[in-house]
Design a binder for this molecule. Structure first.
Ligand code: PHB
Length: 394
């Protein structure tokens, strides 16, 4: 049997961490540059904020060290190389972070081989958690938002069109939406997949405009790409042609609303988190964020995935008294719950290690002079990833 270097190093790291373990090392990989490189800092700030607020609860003598790395956007080779280095050289106890699905997929086999628990704080393609028994996800799946969105849209619109980025989460958003929309009696007039980076927005928007659907469902990765969609939707006059723009909350991501301006007003989305939600736990989270990072700063859904990701890690460290055995950590993750996350009650599904959460219908409105995703209705409660639930029935 071939025992790889990575496995030997992991075994040694485990032995040494069990012996003296007082600094828990988290290898944190996210996007600080490249496509939507503004999202990485939201993730890191959220993790640091949670740790700062809760480190007093750690077992005495135990510290957390966050070792950050830039995967430079959707770049699986780079992500894999970084994860390998973090495991072999830095001997991290956990891996965490990751905005983009291709990067999460590339890291999954390393988590398995090295037995390093990997907490996914954003990447949302349904299949990711099936790629390693050492993965748990605290963010979302695109099926979780797009399937209830399709159910809701079928009651409101007769005809639909979808436009999605051509990679994992886009395919999931398209499939989940179309399934629910057509099951509910809606008729699809077309669906288009656009390149992840720099698509010719005008050409695609014109195609949609010519088809004259009642509604256009869009998924693109949040960040600056969301603003590009809004701008092109409006510049090509799709709003004036009476086409209603809808999508998972990625298209109205909180931090970009001020850059989008009035075109976002009235856009309806389904998502698990809005910074404008008035749950007390969210108000406390937003206030803590502003206190730490400045009055004009606001968290977003990437931040909440990471904040809860830090919570699951801190809780595991407490439960294991700082002795981070990987299998015990995963067992702990599988039964983790937080009735009071900023997004509402959440838990990990023990069967799939994926997040269970509510989904809210929201509308972009102006509140006190600022744009906000105002939650209107809870469209799904304690929702498990619908794709995995469907696979079970097959
Ligand atoms: C992903 O790559 O899974 C991803 C990226 C950005 C999003 C959502 C999902 O807004």
């Amino acid at each position: 049997m071939r025992i790889s270097r990575i496995a030997v190093v992991a075994a040694l790291a485990l032995a040494s961490s069990l012996a003296c373990a007082q600094t828990i090392k988290i290898g944190f990989i996210t996007s600080y540059s490249g496509l939507n490189g503004n999202l990485g800092p939201y993730m890191e700030r959220a993790v640091r904020l949670y740790i700062k607020l809760h480190e007093k609860d750690l077992p005495s003598g135990v510290k957390i060290e966050l070792i950050t790395r830039d995967d430079t956007g959707p770049n699986p080779d780079k992500a894999k190389q970084l994860a390998q280095e973090l495991v072999v050289r830095e001997k991290v106890n956990l891996l965490a972070g990751v905005v983009f699905t291709p990067n999460a997929m590339a890291i999954a086999p390393i988590a398995t081989e090295a037995k390093v628990p990997f907490v996914i704080m954003n990447a949302g393609t349904a299949v990711i958690t099936t790629r390693s028994p050492y993965i748990a996800r605290t963010s979302f799946t695109l099926w979780q938002s797009s399937y209830p969105l399709g159910q809701w849209a079928a009651k409101k619109f007769k005809t639909g069109y979808t436009l999605v980025s051509d990679f994992g989460p886009g395919h999931d958003a398209e499939e989940g939406f179309i399934k629910a929309f057509t099951e509910g009696g809606g008729k699809m007039l077309g669906n288009v997949r656009v390149p992840l980076q720099n698509p010719d927005w005008a050409a695609y928007m014109q195609r949609v405009k010519d088809a004259k659907p009642d509604t256009l469902m869009v998924f693109i990765p949040a960040g600056k790409t969301a603003t590009a969609v809004m701008k092109n939707f409006s510049d090509l006059g799709l709003d004036k042609a009476g086409i209603k723009l809808i999508g998972p909350g990625d298209i109205t991501t909180d931090e970009e609303l001020p850059n989008m301006g009035d075109v976002a007003l009235g856009v309806l989305t389904v998502h698990h988190y809005s910074a404008a939600a008035d749950r007390p736990a969210n108000k406390a989270f937003v206030a803590a964020w502003k206190k730490e990072y400045g009055a004009n700063e606001t968290p977003n859904f990437v931040a909440v995935g990471a904040y809860d990701g830090a919570a699951i890690i801190v809780d595991a460290i407490k439960a294991l008294k700082g002795k981070m055995d990987p299998d015990k950590t995963m067992e702990f993750f599988k039964h983790w719950k937080n009735p009071n996350s900023p997004r509402g009650p959440i838990s990990i599904d023990p069967e799939t290690r994926d997040i269970v959460q509510n989904e809210y219908l929201r509308e972009v409105k102006k509140v006190g002079g600022a744009f906000a995703n105002v939650e209107i209705e809870t469209v799904a409660t304690a929702l498990k990833d619908p794709w995995k639930e469907m696979q079970k029935k097959k």
